[in-house]
Ligand binder design. Structure first.
Ligand code: ADP
Ligand code: TRP
Length: 323
């Protein structure tokens, strides 16, 4: 079983990205072969400042490694380091009906949020299909928001195979149904588009300030506090044992503990559980040559795979160069 997934370097990774996407992918390393990458071509649909793009790429690379990507188990690379993906995108485009892309919600949603309405944004799902098909992945762990893109990928692969023969592996989506929807500071889904995130590896003071600013109601200290839809409880749940969670929730139901105090407890618990990852982050941030070495090794592996698949694809479509 080969798993493949990418993370777009379009901002600073936050707790939602970790619990919703990174941690589940890290777990899968034990179950099969993993291909994990930094989707920098995709990020260009929204990040068009080259310095900022590089900063986010570094950030996502450090994040994958700090969160436990094991270079011995996972092939780790940067999307743009394997340019064959662009060539495959073209071949796939030739079998992709316009209507298939016109039906994608992500294009309309991104434009509504202010992303430039470019061809790249429109063709985003074809590049994503190429990411997956280039490495003959069997299963693609993604969040619910990417479900439609996986359907598009499967459609494109089937159309290609119908026209040219069985060259591409039709992948399955591994939708993470059971992962929590991590709430942000305002109680909405944590997302960089809502400016309500807790960064995984930001500055400690800032992190504290953000946790202390989580929105709560105005129940007085001595009174019991509502436990439904509490961002504090939902965040605490992500990092606590059952007993710890019960003790935490107990303080809400009996009253007598103020929100300030409850936030401090949450802060301490989050800091505790992120400590090891933050240490690893610092280590890799201080050793960029190590990070580069890991990416070079992964890229070499990825390019081998890509070259083998592209030889088959060129043969199938009739573009094998004359020697
Ligand atoms: P953002 O909403 O901050 O732009 P992305 O869309 O880049 O985040 O998220 C990348 C992946 O991280 C998503 O596919 C999703 O699986 C996961 N993710 C993001 N935010 C959350 C959240 N609040 N809760 C759970 N998973 C999340
Ligand atoms: N589109 C995905 C996202 O926004 C990132 C991504 C790019 C991806 N290529 C991929 C995910 C291939 C899985 C497989 O989160």
């Amino acid at each position: 079983m080969r798993f493949l997934t990418g993370i777009k370097p379009s901002g600073y990774p936050h707790l939602g990205n970790y619990f919703g996407a990174i941690e589940p992918a890290i777990q899968l390393q034990a179950e099969g072969e993993a291909f994990y990458f930094i989707a920098d071509y995709h990020a260009q649909t929204t990040v068009q400042d080259p310095r900022l793009l590089e900063e986010y790429v570094t950030e996502v690379a450090l994040t994958w490694l700090a969160c436990g990507l094991d270079p011995e188990r996972a092939v780790f690379y940067r999307q743009s380091s394997v340019p064959e993906v662009q060539e495959l995108t073209w071949y796939l485009s030739t079998v992709t009906p316009m209507g298939l892309l016109e039906r994608c919600h992500s294009y309309k949603d991104a434009v509504a949020k202010g992303a430039p309405a470019t061809h790249a944004l429109f063709a985003y799902p074809v590049l994503m299909a190429a990411d997956i098909l280039l490495y003959s992945a069997n299963a693609v762990p993604v969040g619910q928001d990417q479900k439609q893109h996986l359907e598009v990928t499967r459609d494109i692969a089937q159309k290609f195979n119908e026209r040219y023969g069985e060259v591409l592996t039709v992948p399955e989506a591994r939708i993470r149904e059971d992962v929590a929807r991590v709430p942000g500071l305002d109680g909405q889904k944590m997302s960089k588009s809502y400016d309500n995130t807790l960064q995984l590896f930001g500055n400690a003071k800032q992190f504290k300030k953000r946790v202390m600013s989580i929105k709560t109601d105005s129940t007085p200290i001595e009174e019991p506090k509502p436990t439904a839809n509490s961002a504090l409880i939902d965040l605490y749940k992500l990092v606590a044992s059952e007993a710890e969670l019960a003790a935490y929730v107990g303080q809400f139901t009996v009253g007598g503990t103020g929100y300030g105090d409850l936030k401090k407890q949450l802060l301490a618990k989050l800091n505790d559980s992120l400590a090891l990852m933050r240490e690893r982050y610092e280590h890799f941030a201080d050793h960029p040559e190590e990070v580069r070495g890991i990416l070079e090794q992964g890229t070499a592996r990825a390019r081998q795979e890509a070259a083998a698949l592209m030889a088959k694809v060129r043969d199938a479509v009739g573009t094998t160069p004359w020697s």
